[in-house]
Design a binder for this molecule. Structure first.
Ligand SMILES: [Cu+2]
Length: 704
């Protein structure tokens, strides 16, 4: 590929990602460029980025309001949120969720939840203000960052090594009127020639919010977080980085789950190393090692069921992992990546129940009865992987990417309950061998037009709940679920075709037009879902409806298809109008219904105005009715709705930023199709949880 074509491609790719990024910060070019640790996407090195990737940079300088986890994914087309309240929020992308998405921090660090109800997903162990960028690969199109089934979501925290030398810092406060929420965040960092350090602290206190009709939703929580990161560059070509962070969640109310969190503590320790410019043939060595731990305590003390049974669960999860990658240049322009990685999650913990009343009659028992239930049965899943991936420009217009990955997945259950052994007499540790592969092409038609075509085969072995859960209600419905240790890994064969284009207009009222679309089709083998199994008997409260029990099984036939498209028009220098659309259609052919958790069609209109010292935005999000549902999952049709958000920010002085925002200004009462339903709440039956009504917020930030 000749130089001008390379330059064109860079310009094109950079230009089109701008529409995702909204605002990019231009770095002062340093004379000596420090070694940077790898992320999934590398700004300015678009020839290395995976196909169908996008990122959203948090507009660091132009803030409107304090961030929450939901906001991190709001601006990325195709994302939806699975809400169990206002705290335990999981991202969903194109109807893939949980372990189907490879969600990680900083290019590989993982934090696995301890709670069987996912009260503590990875998004709860981070300060949202700390996340500077969210990177996404939309399918199994790269395997360098671990086994990937439905896509990669990489949350990038502040990249100290990219900053200017000296001291930096910021402190901010935010407040919201709906739920009387307050947020605070402080950060100080030092960047030196060889040494750098970064310290974060955050505190958040949220009350119960009200929906559009003024009904209070039990959703309050408090969380305190801090993180420390130190980096050392022993030579020009090396970097070592050590990170440690802790998060303390307290008194979290989960409207859509049977219990509330008392304690949710997590810590993450990570060590990164990179050696660059090794030789002509071998360019880079990157290594990472991490350990994370989540301790979780939940009770039903504040719930109606407490009067019959007192229940306390104390569970924990330990995640260990690491990777080593070598980047080669066997011939000029040919980038070859080889590596190995490992990922292990182990969970323990019990639920203690004190039965105070006779379940049949409701009469108090003369002697309350105590029970102890194994939640995780001391299970462990280890994944050891090896990958090879190559990027080669076939001509000055074609970039070819081919990758393979092998995973050895070992699952063990160390303390199986008697009834679980009775259900599965052949229960033993098990080893699976998974093969993943991808091939894709980037085709640069002209400097303003890029076409992408990709195929990926992503494989996901069953998670711990799907394998080993023993009569717990872990779904959105009230059924007891039983794991299945003999599940086959589910396979996603995904095809995707996409276009990104732009046009610049000199001397007109219209300045720039960006547009793009991608269409995908996923054919699944062995898709894992839970269905009612008449051969299973209910274990807990056997007389209470529903009396059937669900078991996880593999489906024979299922598929998914859909598209995303966007168009953005920049005009009158400071204005931009953007439209985005995302749609997914899923089919579980075995049961002739949709797959669970399929999001509705979402259309977003965004008008923004941006100058150096003043900026504003109006967003109208139209969510259509969802009637393609999974009745076997307890889903019901969800009405469509439209929500209007307004925000305004100003920088009156050099270091000071002030923002105000109004979300859902028309006080619409609505619930998203992916929201959980109220469970075990005194004031609500099993109806979907409504999202917040009107919310006014104010934000102030001082940075230097
Ligand atoms: Cu929990």
């Amino acid at each position: 590929m000749n130089k001008s074509a390379m330059a064109k491609l860079c310009v094109l790719l950079f230009g089109t990602t701008l529409s995702y990024a909204q605002i990019t910060t231009v770095q002062d070019s340093l004379i000596k460029k420090p070694v940077q640790l790898d992320e999934v996407l590398v700004e300015g090195k678009k020839m290395s980025d995976p196909v169908f990737s996008a990122y959203k940079s948090e507009p660091e300088k132009k803030v409107f309001q304090s961030k929450n986890v939901a906001d991190l994914f709001k601006g990325i087309n195709g994302f939806n949120l699975i809400k169990r309240g206002n705290y335990a929020i999981d991202p969903s992308f194109r109807a893939s969720q949980y372990e189907q998405l490879n969600v990680q921090f900083n290019g590989g660090t993982k934090v696995m939840h301890a709670c069987p109800n996912r009260m503590d997903p990875i998004t709860t162990h981070v300060i949202p203000e700390e996340i500077e960028r969210v990177e996404v690969v939309k399918g199994p199109y790269t395997f360098r960052y671990g086994p990937t089934f439905g896509g990669i979501v990489n949350l990038v925290t502040q990249e100290v090594e990219k900053q200017d030398k000296g001291y930096h810092g910021k402190v901010n406060f935010g407040g919201e009127n709906n739920g009387n929420a307050i947020t605070s965040f402080a950060n100080v960092k030092y960047v030196g020639e060889q040494f750098d350090a970064n310290l974060n602290f955050g505190f958040r206190d949220f009350g119960n919010y009200e929906d559009g009709d003024g009904n209070e939703v039990p959703s309050s929580f408090r969380s305190t977080d801090y993180g420390l990161q130190v980096g050392y560059n022993p030579t020009d070509d090396q970097r070592i980085q050590l990170g440690f962070r802790q998060s303390f969640g307290r008194d979290v109310l989960h409207a859509g789950l049977p219990m509330d969190t008392e304690i949710d503590d997590s810590n993450v320790l990570s060590l990164d190393y990179k050696l660059d410019n090794i030789s002509d043939g071998l360019k880079t060595l990157s290594a990472k090692l991490y350990r994370s731990k989540v301790d979780h305590v939940m009770t039903n003390e504040l719930r109606p069921s407490f009067m019959m049974v007192e229940a306390v669960s104390e569970v924990d999860a330990t995640t260990l992992g690491g990777r080593v990658e070598l980047e080669w240049r066997p011939v000029d322009q040919f980038k070859l990546y080889t590596g190995i990685d490992a990922f292990s999650v182990a969970r323990t913990g019990n639920r203690n129940r004190l039965v105070k009343r006779n379940m049949m009659t409701g009469e108090p028992l003369p002697m309350p009865m105590e029970f102890e239930d194994e939640v995780w049965q001391d299970s462990q899943i280890d994944d050891f992987g090896a990958f090879v991936e190559g990027k080669y420009p076939l001509s000055d217009k074609f970039l070819l990417n081919v990758g393979f990955r092998y995973d050895l997945v070992r699952s063990t259950i160390n303390a199986p309950a008697d009834d679980f052994v009775a259900e599965y007499p052949e229960l033993d540790s098990r080893t699976e061998n998974n093969l993943s592969a991808t091939a894709s092409i980037k085709y640069m038609v002209s400097s303003n037009l890029l076409l992408e075509l990709a195929y990926g085969r992503g494989v996901r072995s069953a998670n711990m709940i799907e394998r080993f859960i023993n009569h717990f209600t872990v779904g959105q419905d009230p059924y007891e679920y039983v794991g299945n240790p003999f599940l086959d890994a589910e396979v996603n064969n995904q095809f995707e075709l996409g276009i990104k284009a732009n046009a610049n207009f000199e001397g007109y009222a219209i300045n720039r037009l960006d547009y793009g679309a991608s269409v995908f089709y996923s054919l699944y083998d062995n898709y894992i879902v839970a269905v009612i199994d008449p051969s299973l008997n209910k274990k807990y409260m056997p007389m209470v409806e529903p009396t059937e029990v669900k078991r996880f099984i593999n489906l024979d036939e299922a598929y998914k298809t859909g598209f995303e498209l966007y168009g953005e028009l920049a005009f009158l220098k400071d204005f931009a109008f953007k439209t985005e659309l995302s749609y997914v259609y899923t089919k579980n052919q075995d049961l002739d219904e949709s797959l669970p958790l399929t999001p509705p069609l979402v259309t977003r209109f965004n008008l923004s105005f941006e100058q150096e010292k003043i900026w504003a935005r109006a967003t109208y999000t139209l969510t259509s009715e969802q009637s393609d549902i999974a009745p076997s999952f307890g889903e019901r049709t969800t009405d469509g709705y439209g929500v209007m958000d307004l925000s305004f920010g100003v920088r009156p002085f050099q270091h000071l930023t002030v923002g105000v925002a109004a979300s859902n200004i028309f006080d619409e009462t609505y619930n998203n199709h992916l929201n959980f339903s109220f469970v075990n709440q005194a004031d609500y039956g099993r109806v979907p949880i409504n999202d917040p009504g009107r919310n006014l917020s104010a934000f102030i930030q001082y940075s230097f």
